[in-house]
Design a protein around this ligand. Structure first.
Ligand SMILES: [Zn+2]
Length: 335
């Protein structure tokens, strides 16, 4: 089911009738043809809740226009999942790896490099040195989740800086406010994805490899946990009280990687819950406790990132950026 999550992309107004059924059937057939790794994470409900709770917890020190944009920010929670339609093939293809990272595939790296293309370079080197399933190290197979997150975080911080400058210059800020709301909401999607343990792992939808605990190998657990279980059993109010005032992050990238690793350490817990029937129907108190805490972790990290971006946007921009990385090998001239 997890590979078919694209059905959520259909316009909401097409809720009845033959047109909707035929569109769903076309969309599903197309998705099955491509068979990419599609993982929505938390479904519409979970993404909406994570964004809403974080927006409601913004401190008074953050701009009023943003604190008032709860409805817009919660709408944007599922936004990147609306970019999975086969009718926008280039978009769908380019953004799918943004939703996950299989941390087991990069355990050989001492630390993840802070920039996207350095990460690509290390993965291609590993691929070239690997004879067994080398394509498992393609960036799009490993996943790019922390990179898109930091890139959207950078957009938000940059827009906050522009907002401060325009205000200081007594210029209109309406347009930059719209940009800030969009970036803040968009960021929420990836931060929430990363709180879902199965978005950080090769075990993303059915156990693979040695399986002494006899966890499910069916390709169902992903959607069952993040969509079906959440939709049936959890509301935003169930975890709102777990989200505290934001903290400024010392090193957003390092803190975000630590957050991803915590999520990855909980992968087996999801399988244990599934095995015990905790994700079926009304589930169990243990499943409720676990899931509300993961959703709260997502909202908390999102709030921390917004807050940190806001504070850092007041800092002067260094006159000289960091030195360029060492030049890559020369590319032969084009013929
Ligand atoms: Zn996602």
């Amino acid at each position: 089911m997890e590979r078919l999550r694209g059905y959520q992309l259909l316009p909401l107004e097409l809720t009845t009738g033959r047109l909707r059924r035929s569109l769903i059937s076309v969309a599903l057939s197309a998705l099955m043809l491509f068979q990419p790794r599609i993982a929505a994470a938390w479904g519409n409900e979970g993404h909406t809740y994570v964004n809403r709770v974080a927006a409601q917890k913004m401190p008074l020190s953050m701009p009023l226009f943003l604190r008032r944009a709860v409805v817009e920010i919660e709408y944007l929670g599922p936004e990147p999942d609306r970019w999975r339609s086969p009718s926008e093939l280039a978009l769908k293809n380019s953004q799918e790896p943004d939703h996950f990272i299989d941390l087991e595939r990069v355990s050989w790296l001492d630390s993840l490099p802070p920039t996207r293309y350095e990460f690509y370079r290390k993965l291609y080197e590993k691929r070239a040195a690997t004879s067994d399933h080398p394509d498992d190290y393609l960036p799009e197979r490993v996943g790019l989740q922390p990179y898109i997150t930091m890139e959207v975080y950078g957009r938000l911080k940059s827009a906050f800086r522009d907002y401060r400058q325009l205000r200081a210059a007594h210029q209109p800020t309406d347009a930059v406010q719209q940009a800030i709301i969009f970036y803040a909401g968009w960021l929420g999607h990836y931060v929430a994805d990363a709180s879902q343990p199965l978005h950080t792992s090769i075990q993303y939808n059915g156990w693979v490899g040695p399986n002494p605990s006899l966890y499910t190998t069916e390709h169902h657990i992903h959607g069952q946990f993040e969509s079906e279980y959440v939709r049936a059993n959890i509301a935003a109010k169930d975890f709102a009280s777990l989200v505290k005032a934001p903290e400024r992050l010392n090193d957003p990238f390092a803190d975000y990687i630590a957050y991803l690793k915590t999520s990855n350490s909980l992968v087996e817990k999801v399988y244990e819950l599934e095995k015990a029937g905790g994700l079926t129907g009304k589930g169990t108190p243990e499943a409720f406790e676990f899931t509300t805490h993961r959703l709260a972790a997502g909202s908390q990290m999102l709030l921390n990132l917004w807050y940190t971006a806001w504070l850092e946007s007041a800092m002067p921009v260094p006159e000289h950026g960091p030195a360029r990385p060492a030049a890559p090998p020369p590319i032969p001239p084009r013929k």
